[in-house]
Write a protein that binds this ligand. Structure first.
Ligand code: SF4
Ligand code: SF4
Ligand code: SF4
Length: 296
């Protein structure tokens, strides 16, 4: 699928609407007309910070689309908090998978407000997937990092491994959660809910290679987490002001070293589980033996 702006998408949907009026209903036509084969080409998201007006339509659309979740759990509303930033809620949580960050920067002696959506980056080599001991987290061929909540054992390795602090642990359900790039919508040819809701086209979903080319040709500052993740992220930020004050500073790292480090963390986890199991069995056997001795 090519990069699709909201306007192009609405045009397409409008055309289908006309067909629908002439024939059967729009609702009958829409799923078939928008259905596209599941591409294996990596997808991405371009976030143009210059276009974002901080309206939070994406934040609201995310919660609205994902609640209740396909597996039945609701995403609860959060209390707003007055902090030194207008970002509200101040951070991601198990019930907020996307948050619009507000940042004040000084440019040429003038104060400027920057707004940008913050959410899972759908990394090219996701650390969360590497460390997950049960295979609950998966990277699909189209680049979307999704997860199966039934396989999640709540070990929280992914939470520690994510270099961007995206993964959120829910104490109630004992599960983790994050943005799933609206895979249910993408699979039926629709745009992610946040992209569709954005009134200024600050968010653009499409093929990663095309979005990267567009970003490189824009002449703006570009960020895609290459200093954190081997291969970078599928979410690309663009701004006309330097990104350093608003996004984590890129630090060159060896992706092989990073991946190996995470494998070690995962292996240590397995060893830990094995040790706990062995100790428990030893204690059961020892208790049983002592009870037997007392009886005799
Ligand atoms: S940003 Fe974090 S949670 Fe998202 S894919 Fe990358 S490592 Fe996983
Ligand atoms: S892609 Fe879907 S799940 Fe991810 S932030 Fe946008 S609306 Fe939320
Ligand atoms: S909907 Fe678009 S303009 Fe509004 S806050 Fe989100 S990214 Fe920015």
């Amino acid at each position: 699928m090519e990069g699709v702006s909201r306007r192009e998408f609405m045009k397409k949907a409008g055309l289908i609407g006309v067909v629908g009026v002439a024939g059967t209903t729009l609702a009958q036509h829409l799923p078939k007309a928008l259905a596209q084969p599941l591409s294996r080409k990596p997808k991405g998201l371009l976030i143009d910070v210059d276009r974002c007006i901080g309206c939070k339509a994406c934040q609201v659309a995310c919660k609205s689309h994902n609640s209740p979740l396909p597996w039945g759990r609701p995403l609860k509303p959060e209390h707003t908090e007055l902090t030194d930033t207008l970002t509200n809620p101040p951070s991601l949580s198990p019930h907020t998978w996307s948050v619009v960050r507000f940042r004040e920067v000084i440019e040429n002696g003038e104060v400027k407000w920057l707004f940008y959506q913050w959410r899972c980056m759908h990394c090219s080599n996701p650390a969360c997937v590497t460390v997950c001991p049960t295979g609950a987290l998966k990277k699909r061929p189209d680049g979307l990092v999704v997860y199966d909540p039934d396989k999640c054992i709540g070990c929280r390795y992914c939470e520690s491994a994510c270099p961007f602090g995206i993964m959120q642990y829910d104490n109630e359900s004992k599960r983790v959660s994050k943005c799933l790039m609206c895979f249910d919508r993408v699979d039926r040819g629709a745009l992610p809910a946040c992209v569709e809701a954005c009134p200024t086209e600050a968010l653009k979903f499409g093929e990663l290679s095309e979005l990267l080319a567009e970003a490189k040709n824009s002449g703006k500052h570009m960020w895609r987490g290459e200093g954190f993740v081997g291969g970078g992220t599928s979410v690309i930020y663009l701004t006309s002001v330097p990104l350093k004050p608003i996004l984590p500073e890129e630090k060159p790292v060896s992706s092989t070293l990073m991946t190996r480090g995470r494998e070690i963390v995962r292996d240590l986890g397995y060893i830990g589980i094995a040790l706990v199991t062995a100790t428990s069995i030893a204690m059961i056997v020892s208790n049983w033996a002592s009870r037997r001795e007392v009886k005799e």
